[in-house]
Write a protein that binds this ligand. Sequence first.
Ligand code: CA
Length: 224
Amino acid sequence: MRILIIEDEKRVAQFLRKGFSAEGFVVDIASDGERGSWLARTERYDAIILDLMLPRMGGIEVLRSIRQAKVSTPILILSAKSDLEDRLDGLNAGADDYLPKPFAFSEALARVRALVRRTSGSELGSILSVGDLEMDLLRRRVSRAGQEIPLTTKEFEVLEYLLRNKGRVISRVILTEHVWDMNFDSETNIVDVVINRLRRKIDDPFSEKLIHTVRGAGYMMKES
Ligand code: CA
């Protein structure tokens, strides 16, 4: 799952990044409102954590810009402005939940998970599949033909991204950006290493291959 954290306080942003990464989320951070609004409107996230007091563009304004762009990603407001009026402003502007600072990471995590669950509508909404391969995002389990396949965090994230974009060619650069951080050195062959490991686990034992190499372009997930 991919999460956007719009927070200008470095310490808080890093605390959240560390926590959510350890839980297997892919984390992007925007340290001002303008960039946060832009990322929220142009990239796809499963949830957004939004601070209210932000440079360049305030949190409520960011929220309005996201909802005006018809982006319905669940948004959790995180702010020291904990009085009722701000809380209502946030919810009225289209936020889904509100968590006052200071907060415990476990509570932020529980609320984000609840939001993702609520917006995906049902448990079924959190399952991605191609052919007989299934990925359960909430339980973080992958199975093929009913058989569970243990994956490392990075393998899971690469597979999740390919599954979300099944039938589309995904370049190494795009994969690198989504699964590693934005500034990761894409010259390394880390993507190919992970893809090879995934193939050994999910394709080699089966006759139908699901991960396809598109020469000179990247990878695609589809039923052959
Ligand atoms: Ca702030």
